[in-house]
Design a protein around this ligand. Structure first.
Ligand SMILES: Nc1ncnc2c1ncn2[C@@H]1O[C@H](COP(=O)(O)OP(=O)(O)OP(=O)(O)O)[C@@H](O)[C@H]1O
Length: 292
């Protein structure tokens, strides 16, 4: 598979917080979820790779082109949906579109009209009267109306009700079905990814923890429940994280065969993406209760 985005050795600091050697790539043809808890560095990563905020070091290539040299050409081929929208509140949807559309060589007015209709948005409505869900749909309509090959979205489902979230997920799968080369979206609502993601990248405290295909990631972990007395220094090492109560423990492991050999009478369950995310955060072994 070809990569549509390569990020390597990205470093950026904000006071106490740093992106540290962030490296990953997006394969063509995939919906990739960018996961991490609040403050993990998702927005900072996205804004940095899009050149919206400066970086200290690192190399970013979209479609084999360098962000530093070919920013304009690259942005022409990307649809971007950011948290803050960056719209002028006083303008109507149509007026704002008239500001944005000329920046794109492949702007398609008909696509834009179709999306507004599909999303039940009135082109004459003022931006400052849109609800959060409507604003997200408007941003998506703009992002989808210039034949973008890659969609990059920051927390598009955050704060949306289940119906709009499920509509959005359908739009993304349709977009891929209609020739989109990739979707990259950040979220901490991992249940959305259970449904549609092919690939997952996790960030924690400014570092990439893993990049893996969703199905093989879910296959490689197991949740284990057992008697607290079976935990000792050696068996603890078999777990990525453990939460303990007076009698029992729940742990997440990548070494299920070994666990089965060493600990009798355990219950084994398949994890969700959320279990894996919470089990993989820094300090997960001691401080966090990753699952119920
Ligand atoms: N402009 C800024 N100035 C200073 N610190 C910042 C700035 N933007 C982000 N940070 C800090 O960087 C860290 C990472 O924030 P970021 O928004 O990238 O996380 P996130 O994973 O997107 O979180 P969330 O899920 O809550 O949106 C946080 O500690 C945040 O306070």
């Amino acid at each position: 598979m070809d990569s549509i985005l390569n990020v390597s050795g990205l470093n950026k600091s904000y006071g106490d917080f740093s992106l540290r050697d962030v490296t990953f790539s997006l394969p063509e043809g995939c919906i990739t979820g960018f996961i991490g808890i609040n403050g993990a560095g998702k927005t900072t990563t996205l804004r940095t790779i899009l050149g919206l905020t400066s970086r200290e070091s690192g190399h970013i290539q979209f479609f084999g082109m360098d962000m530093e040299k070919d920013e304009q050409q690259i942005k022409d081929r990307i649809g971007i949906v950011l948290d803050d929208g960056c719209f002028y509140d006083e303008l109507s949807l149509n007026e704002m579109k008239n500001v944005i559309a000329p920046a794109y060589t492949s702007w398609c007015e008909q696509d834009f009209k179709n999306y507004l209709e599909q999303f039940s948005l009135n082109p004459k409505q003022k931006i400052n009267t849109l609800s959060k869900g409507m604003k997200m749909k408007y941003a998506l309509a703009l992002a989808l109306s210039h034949k973008a090959e890659l969609l990059i979205m920051d927390e598009p489902t955050s704060g949306l009700d289940p119906m709009i979230r499920s509509q959005l997920l359908k739009i993304l799968t349709d977009y891929m079905g209609n020739g989109g080369k990739g979707v990259f979206f950040s979220t901490h609502i991992t249940s959305d990814l259970d449904k549609i993601a092919d690939m997952l990248i996790m960030i924690d405290n400014g570092r990439i923890v893993f990049q893996e295909e969703k199905d093989s990631l879910l296959d490689s972990y197991r949740i284990v429940k057992g008697d607290i007395r079976s935990l000792n220094t050696d068996t603890r090492k078999l777990f990525v994280s453990i939460s303990e109560t007076t009698f029992g423990f729940t742990g997440i492991t990548k070494q299920i065969t070994e666990v089965q050999k060493c600990i009798p009478d355990i219950m084994i369950e398949r994890p969700t993406i959320e279990d894996i995310m919470l089990g993989s955060i820094e300090g997960g072994k001691k401080d966090v209760i990753p699952f119920g």
